[in-house]
Design a protein around this ligand. Structure first.
Ligand code: FAD
Length: 432
């Protein structure tokens, strides 16, 4: 008898624990799904992401297990739902894994369109000699981007347009720009790579130790990368090695702001009076765009950043976050929770924060009340100094002692640059 009771208990206790844990997880996922719903279309990425047909979905969970990024899909109410679509990078593993074909990958949503450049099969835009490759063309992932870069470069070689300071300028040094530049160099086409930040593109902004799914890909003049997965650090090391072992001409810290036709070449205009001419331009800008700046004295100081890569870097520092949207709030919270900063303050020009996700709203309100974040609402940054920031608001000027400033006030989408160049764009609204 005792043995039977023990056996029942041995099975019942883990089952009860699992049921309790599963119920909690489902409740949390339902809440996150609800939050995502409340934010409407803002929560969907502009690149490819899954759309689930709830009538077809049988709640097998295969899509969740297949997703390499995790925590994007979850089962609530017996169906798969998107709980964090913005984190989707378009691996498409969910679509392949679904046993009943309930998932398709789409651009944009029915109500929020996504503008993509109209491209030839070789990635040439409606402007001759200007090519768009990589995520900006609508198709992300390292391997796809590398392939597009190679194909565009091969088309440039075949087209034969030459002239200018360089025969080709590649704007952006992520996977697509790097592959294009390597392919062009392999054909002895005089090529310059420019990047508004640093060599490597988005991969430099992955979270620390992220496992990156790459699949094998070929970098012309460098070799074939055969690893299926790599850590972020290994991928960065690969990019450093490409730079060291090839002869690419690279200029960092130049943001291309305009491109005009000038005779048979393109005049490429960058920040701080930078101008170069080339017969061909490859735009490999990715989708992150350029962050908006405040345009105040002191913004050029090294203590100013436009994103938080690792909150731990700010340990023991007095940090001021500027902005009132989800990104600013997320970072202020991360600085408190993971950064172990000496202090965190938040300045926003309005007297109320923007439309925040529910959990973020709750957390930041709590942190304002507890004093973990000092709010400076209704203030604007007037000056930035090495050890303080001067804020201006209805109460006059205030001095906030700080040794790091994070500015998160939105950004300009890369499609704006495409439009000014006269590149024809097409709008996709939830198109597969
Ligand atoms: C968190 C995260 C995880 C991911 N994980 C994976 C993964 O596991 N596997 C995978 O295959 N993919 C992954 N991806 C997607 C992959 O990183 C992107 O698809 C890829 O980096 C896009 O390459 P790209 O060359 O198009 O652009 P990017 O890598 O975005 O590079 C664009 C470059 O252009 C520069 N630039 C932009 N505008 C200008 C301008 N006006 N002037 C000068 N320079 C400019 C930028 O500074 C940037 O360096 C992930 C993405 C993210 C965000």
């Amino acid at each position: 008898m005792n043995v039977v009771v023990l056996m029942i208990l041995a099975a019942a206790v883990p089952y009860a624990a699992w049921s309790y844990w599963d119920k909690k997880r489902q409740a949390r996922n339902a809440m996150r799904h609800e939050e995502a719903q409340q934010l409407g279309d803002d929560i969907f990425p502009i690149t490819l992401h899954p759309e689930i047909d709830l009538d077809k979905c049988i709640g097998s969970g295969a899509c969740i297990r297949a997703c390499p990024e995790k925590d994007i899909l979850a089962i609530t109410d017996g169906r798969a739902r998107l709980i964090n679509p913005l984190a989707c990078v378009g691996h498409s593993a969910c679509m392949s894994a679904c046993p009943v074909g309930a998932i398709k990958l789409i651009y944009g949503t029915a109500t929020r369109g996504v503008e993509l450049p109209k491209l030839s099969p070789h990635y040439e835009t409606s402007q001759r000699g200007i090519y768009v490759v990589g995520e900006l063309s609508g198709m992300g992932l390292i391997r796809n981007c590398v392939e597009q870069g190679r194909q565009a470069a091969t088309a440039i070689v075949k087209e034969g347009r030459r002239g200018g300071d360089y025969d080709a300028i590649v704007v952006g040094s992520g996977p697509s720009g790097t592959a294009a530049a390597l392919q062009l160099e392999a054909y002895n086409i005089r090529t310059l790579v420019v990047d508004q930040t640093a060599w490597g593109g988005t991969i430099a902004h992955y979270p620390r130790a992220k496992v990156v799914m790459t699949g094998s890909f070929e970098l012309p003049g460098y070799g074939t990368v055969r690893k299926r997965t790599m850590s972020k650090e290994q991928l960065l090391e690969l990019w450093r090695d490409i730079r060291a072992r090839t002869q690419l001409h690279i200029e960092e810290g130049v943001r291309v702001e305009a491109i005009h036709a000038e005779g048979n070449v393109w005049r490429v205009v960058g920040t701080n009076g930078w101008v170069k001419r080339a017969a061909n331009v490859v735009l490999a800008l990715g989708r992150r765009g350029a962050p908006n700046t405040l345009g105040v004295p002191g913004e050029e100081l090294p203590m100013v950043a436009y994103r938080v890569l690792e909150p731990q870097v700010y340990r023991d520092k007095h940090v001021l976050v500027v902005g009132g949207g989800n990104a600013a709030a997320d970072n202020a919270i991360a600085l408190v929770e993971q950064g172990h900063c000496a202090s965190v303050s938040l300045s926003y020009r309005r007297t109320e924060l923007g439309r925040l996700r529910g959990l973020v709203r709750n957390k930041i309100d709590k942190m304002f009340r507890s004093g973990q974040i000092t709010p400076y609402l209704g203030t604007e940054v007037a000056e930035i100094h090495r050890d303080r920031v001067i804020l201006r608001g209805a109460r006059g000027t205030e001095t906030v002692p700080c040794d790091a400033v994070i500015i998160q006030i939105g950004g300009r989408a890369p499609s704006e640059l495409l439009r000014t160049i006269g590149i024809e764009l097409v709008e996709k609204r939830g198109a597969a």
